[in-house]
Design a binder for this molecule. Sequence first.
Ligand code: DAH
Length: 339
Amino acid sequence: MKEQLEKIKEEALKQIEASDALDRLNEIRVAYLGKKGELTNVLKSMKNVAPEDRPKVGQMVNEVREIIETRLEESKNSLAKKVREEQMKKEVIDVTLPAKKQNMGHSHPNTIALEEVERIFIGMGYEVVEGPEVEYDRYNFEKLNIPKGHPARDEQDTFYINENILLRSQTSPVQVRTMEKKKLPIRIIAPGRVFRSDEVDATHSPSFHQIEGLVIDKNITFSDLKGTLAEFAKELFGEDTKVKFRPHHFPFTEPSAEVDVSCFKCGGKGCRFCKGSGWIEILGCGMVHPHVLEMCNIDPEEYSGFAFGVGLERIALLKYEIDDMRLLYENDIRFLKQF
Ligand code: DAH
């Protein structure tokens, strides 16, 4: 019995010594110490051993088991260490190599211009709100004093989803949506995308952006409108910028005006940029029509207000002296990187 145990031990240790993988060590463990392993078999044959020798044989079996287990554990540890070391050698990181350059994105000129406009109006206490691009005819036209058949609809021919729903042709419907919420006073700007079935050229696109403005409170007058837009123009184009209000017509404002700013290129003397006139048109505006207030359930006897609408692309083109609107939509990185 003793010799048999000795042989098992020798054999096991020899195999452990020769093994070069963790899997192999596991196989050896099963073969010798497992339920059907060699040592277990010895224990099973104890019934053939004389009763007085059994404790001694039992002790010997345990000793052999312990030796094999210890050796297995040692081998396992040293193999694992070897594997780790090899892995470390393979995955050397050279910390002196220059880092890969991050390819950072870049703000679009439209975005830069919009953030600038938002900054100016937020500074004056305005809130930035948004409305849907798919809009009801009711909001885009009807409640802005542009009933069916009104010629102003032709100027803003747009894309209809059905008779009552369309892609908004202006951001002015956000005025109506805001007034209908009945939280007065109102001081908002509403930037967003608008749509018109226009042919693409240097100054037109079927989809572009506007920024709407609306102020409703008690005792708001045209001088508030003038002062606000004069300040806006100065902030946007420079301290020396002058504004000129030309009478105009919009169905939802009365009186209405178009606003020109003095040419920031020539200071008003007249140049190629302003086509010799010294002035550049930038927006439409006016006092909110009493009929529009009534349609939104605001009493025109108690409240008054002004509104304005700016073309975002127009601002970006002017500010960055870009002469073709199409450049803004081509997303040529060589162009965009300049701003
Ligand atoms: N919605 C007008 C347009 O697209 C621009 C406009 C003019 C907006 C006057 C206004 C305004 O709020 O008061 O042509």
